[in-house]
Design a binder for this molecule. Structure first.
Ligand code: NAD
Length: 281
């Protein structure tokens, strides 16, 4: 005998509005595609205004719900307050927040030892502050402002996008390049580990803090996505992954819908690892 909603209905997001930070990036757009496929409206928040607006138009054209691109800097409390007012004016309410934005060091940038590839001994405080401001302070501010709104309406979901490197340490050997002296070897930056681990802590804190207000908070722990990395690097990285490959950008979409919908309504404070088994090794 059927009791309550069907499993299909639990995944339904019709009438829900989601705010996705870093919405103009690779995975932010995928999160929006996934939520809109299940009926949600989406707000793509990014410092790249044109890209956010362009992607939002494409989403609105493709799906039944509406998407808007908004230029906001999540490190600014004023920007996020303004964002909340704009979104509530437009959609009436917000139900889902995905803390996704980050200074996301790409492999090529690490290899070229741009700021993000700098070694720990000489890692500049300015880079530390910049990365923490986006990855942690931004998630804190968005959670504070939208989470308070969720608690007030006794409904809301926060999803923090962590990383397999929030659970395990980076294996710096995979970034090494032949012929370079030790002090010039590129590394995955310390801030990435700190931010991604910190988001798992924030997830547990918020899950318990607002459990009685029907505000759930979980973390997604994705592994690395194929973005044209070179074969030498791919070989080294995929050796660390039991499934022997990186992820396709679409492979987190179903999990995002699960975590942001009633399908996961008894789940809070959890981290969902989707990384081809990497954190098992
Ligand atoms: N791509 C991967 O392989 C991978 C793997 C594991 C985890 N992740 C995590 O997933 C998330 C998305 O990754 P991605 O690959 O789409 O990154 P991305 O670099 O493509 O997107 C990040 C977006 O955040 C935006 N952003 C940066 N600073 C901002 C600010 N102050 N305010 C608003 N927006 C800002 C950028 O403009 C960019 O559009 C990140 O948190 C990343 O660490 C990615």
């Amino acid at each position: 005998m059927k009791q309550g909603k069907s499993v299909h209905e639990l995944f339904d997001l019709t009438g829900k509005t989601a705010v996705i930070t870093g919405g103009a990036g690779l995975l932010g757009y995928k999160h929006a595609e996934a939520l809109m496929e299940f009926g949600a409206n989406c707000v793509l928040v990014d410092i790249c205004k044109e890209r956010a607006e362009e992607l939002a138009s494409a989403l609105t054209a493709e799906f039944k719900g509406e998407a808007v691109g908004v230029c906001s800097d999540i490190t600014s409390k004023e920007d996020i307050e303004r964002l909340k007012d704009t979104v509530i004016k437009r959609f009436g309410s917000v139900h889902i927040l995905i803390n996704n934005a980050a200074n996301n060091p790409k492999f090529e940038e690490i290899e070229k030892k741009k700021d993000c590839g700098k070694r720990f001994e000489t890692f500049p405080v300015a880079n530390w502050n910049d990365d923490i401001a986006v990855g942690l302070t931004g998630a804190f501010l968005c959670s504070q402002i939208f989470g308070t709104h969720f608690a007030g309406q006794e409904e809301g979901v926060i999803l923090n996008i962590s990383s397999d490197l929030g659970v395990i340490a980076p294996d710096q050997r995979i970034y090494r390049q032949d012929g370079l002296p030790e002090e010039e070897q590129p590394t995955k930056p310390v801030t990435y580990s700190v931010i991604k681990s910190g988001l798992i802590g924030l997830t547990r804190y918020l899950a318990t803090y607002w459990a009685d207000k029907n505000v759930r908070c979980n973390a997604l722990v994705p592994g690395g996505v194929y973005t044209g990395q070179n074969d030498v690097f791919l070989q080294k990285l995929t050796n660390l992954i039991p499934m022997g490959r990186m992820a396709e950008p679409d492979e987190y979409k179903a999990a995002v819908v699960f975590l942001c919908s009633e399908a996961s309504k008894y789940m809070t404070g959890a981290s969902l690892n989707i990384e081809g088994g990497r954190t098992c090794w």
